[in-house]
Design a protein. Structure first.
Length: 482
C-alpha cells in the first residue's frame, strides 16, 4: 500500500494533469513546515524522514492503479501513459530525523518539477505530520517521567494498522524503551515487552494459581497484574507469596497497577513489598496515563518504576494532528533562474517565507542552543560575525547575536535524496532515539516545561525579511498602485 502512488489526494492528480496538458511543468522548490507547537509545548521532534525516503524511492503507479484512474473518466490517455512510468527524480533536503524543531522552520525542502512536487505532497505530509506528533508526545511523556522507563502499548487504541505501526516507531524514537506491538518489534527492531491481562487471572480457579503458573512459565520476565479483584488485599498478598518463591530461585518479579489512585496504591504496594523483603520488585502502572498525570505522580514522589502509556500516546491525546503544511517557495524562470514566491494571507501566521532557504542553529560554548536563523540558501553564515535576527511577523522585534556570544553554527538542512535516490544511510532507531536525547540536552529546561514553556527564537535574516516584505507589497498592493 505504501508504495502505491495512488496514496495522494485526488486534486494532486487533476492539477498534475492540467500541468501536463498545458506543458506547464517548471522546476520548483517546496517547503514543508508547521505553524504552531503541538500540545502547547516548547519544542517538537522531527520524525518520519527515513520512512518517507523509502516511500518516495518506491512511489509508483502500478498497472492496476492506472486502470483505476482510467475508470474515473477524468484522465487523458497521454497523461496516464506519463504516470505509468512516473518516478520521483528530484532532490530533497531535510533536517536529520530526531532533530528538535520549532514553528516556521523548513523541515524539508523539495527541488523537483511541479508535477513531481505535487504528487508526493500528500504522502509527505501524512508521514511527517503523524510521526512528528507522536514522537513529540512521547518526548513530553519521557521528560515528565524524569527519563524513566516508558512502555508504549497503544496498538489496540491506535488509528488503524498503519497508524499503530507508525506510532510504535515514532514513540520509540521519542523515548519509549519498548513496545507491546509485536509486528513493530519485528519491522523496526524495537524491543517488545508486556505483562498480563486481567483475563489471565480470571481464567484460573484462584488468583494465586494464575500468578504461580505465569511465574513458572516466564521466570525471567514475570509481571503480575494485581488489581483484578482487590489490589491491597488478595492482589498484593498473592504477589508477595509468588515473589518470595521466585526470590528463593534467584529471580525477581514485577507488579502492575491498572486502576485506582496510583499515587496512594503505589506507596502502599511499595511498603508491603519492602516489608516482605522484595525491594527489587518493580512497580508498573497504566490506566490512561499522559504526561500531565505522570508529571503529577513524579512530583508526588510515587514509587513507580515503569510507565505503560497507550491511548493518549499513539493517538496524540488532546491533539489529534500536527499542523504541518507544504508550500511553494520558488519557481524557475524561463532564463533558468529561480523566482521567489510566497502565499500572502490576511492572517500573518499564514503568510509564508519566500525563496530557497537554509536554517542555522547557533550554540554557546556549552553547546546550548541559542536561536535559529532562517536565511536564503546563498547567504554565507560563518563564525566570527555579528548576526541580526528579525521576527518573522513583528517589524520592531529584533536582536543581535554578537560573535562572542556563540561558538558554533550548524546548518540544519542537508541533502537526503538526489535525483530520486537516497543519499544517506538508514540508521537504526536506537541511533535516532539517542540523537533525540542528545538534541534535548542542548535545550534549556525552560523550553521543556510542560506548562507555559519559554518560546525558542526562530528568526529571519535581514536579506530574507527584506525579500518577504518586498513580495508582500508587490502582491497585496500592486493593484492599488496601478
Amino acid at each position: 500500500m505504501k508504495s502505491s502512488a495512488l496514496l495522494t489526494d485526488f486534486y494532486e492528480l487533476t492539477m498534475s494533469q492540467g500541468c501536463f496538458l498545458q506543458e506547464k511543468n517548471p522546476s520548483v522548490v517546496f517547503d514543508m513546515f508547521y505553524r504552531s507547537q503541538p500540545f502547547n509545548g516548547g519544542y517538537a521532534v522531527f520524525c518520519g524522514l527515513h520512512d518517507l525516503i523509502d516511500i518516495i524511492e518506491n512511489f509508483r503507479f502500478s498497472a492496476e492503479d492506472i486502470a483505476y484512474l482510467e475508470s474515473t473518466g477524468i484522465f487523458k490517455s497521454s497523461f496516464l501513459d506519463f504516470l505509468s512510468s512516473f518516478q520521483f527524480s528530484g532532490d530533497i533536503y531535510a533536517m536529520n530525523e530526531g532533530t528538535v524543531i520549532f514553528p516556521g522552520e523548513p523541515l524539508i525542502r523539495v527541488h523537483s518539477s511541479l508535477i513531481e512536487a505535487q504528487l508526493i505532497e500528500s504522502i509527505l505530509l501524512n508521514t511527517i505530520n503523524f510521526q512528528t506528533l507522536i514522537a513529540t508526545k512521547m518526548s513530553h511523556v519521557y521528560h515528565a517521567s524524569k527519563y524513566g522507563k516508558v512502555l508504549e502499548f497503544g496498538l489496540r487504541r491506535a488509528q488503524g494498522v498503519d497508524g499503530a505501526l507508525s506510532a510504535s516507531r515514532a514513540a520509540f524514537i521519542g523515548g519509549a524503551f519498548a513496545t507491546s506491538n509485536t509486528l513493530a518489534g519485528k519491522m523496526f527492531g524495537i524491543p517488545v515487552s508486556g505483562t498480563m491481562a486481567h483475563s489471565w487471572v480470571m481464567a484460573f480457579e484462584t488468583e494465586l494459581e494464575s500468578f504461580r503458573v505465569f511465574a513458572n512459565i516466564y521466570p525471567d520476565n514475570c509481571s503480575l497484574i494485581i488489581d483484578t479483584y482487590d489490589t491491597l488485599g488478595s492482589g498484593i498478598d498473592n504477589a508477595i507469596i509468588v515473589g518470595k518463591e521466585m526470590k528463593a530461585k534467584g529471580k525477581s518479579i514485577g507488579v502492575r497497577l491498572d486502576s485506582g489512585d496510583l499515587s496512594y496504591l503505589s506507596r502502599k504496594v511499595r511498603d508491603r513489598l519492602n516489608e516482605a523483603g522484595l525491594e527489587n520488585t518493580s512497580i508498573i502502572v497504566s490506566n490512561d496515563l499522559n504526561e500531565d498525570i505522570i508529571n503529577l505522580l513524579v512530583s508526588d514522589d510515587a514509587p513507580i518504576d515503569v510507565w505503560g502509556v497507550g491511548t493518549h500516546l499513539v493517538t496524540g491525546g488532546n491533539q489529534s494532528s500536527m499542523n504541518g503544511v507544504y508550500k511553494l517557495s520558488a519557481k524557475m524562470h524561463s532564463d533558468g533562474s529561480f523566482i521567489p514566491t510566497l502565499k500572502v494571507s490576511n492572517t500573518l501566521l499564514k503568510t509564508t517565507d519566500p525563496g530557497i532557504k537554509q536554517i542555522y542553529r547557533f550554540y554557546d560554548a556549552q553547546h546550548n542552543a541559542l536561536a535559529d536563523l532562517i536565511t536564503l540558501d546563498d547567504e554565507k553564515v560563518v563564525s566570527g560575525k555579528n548576526y541580526t535576527f528579525l521576527h518573522p511577523f513583528i517589524e520592531t522585534d529584533r536582536f543581535v547575536l554578537h560573535a562572542g556570544e556563540y561558538t558554533d553554527i550548524e546548518p540544519l538542512l542537508t541533502l537526503k535524496i538526489k535525483n530520486g535516490k537516497r543519499m544517506i544511510r538508514n540508521p537504526g532507531l536506537k541511533d535516532i532515539q539517542k540523537d533525540v536525547q542528545e538534541e534535548l540536552k542542548t535545550l534549556h529546561k525552560s523550553y521543556k516545561r510542560l506548562i507555559n514553556p519559554h518560546v525558542y527564537k526562530v528568526s529571519l535574516s535581514p536579506k530574507l525579511k527584506s525579500m518577504k516584505n518586498s513580495l508582500i507589497r508587490k502582491f497585496k498592493f500592486s493593484d492599488d498602485e496601478e
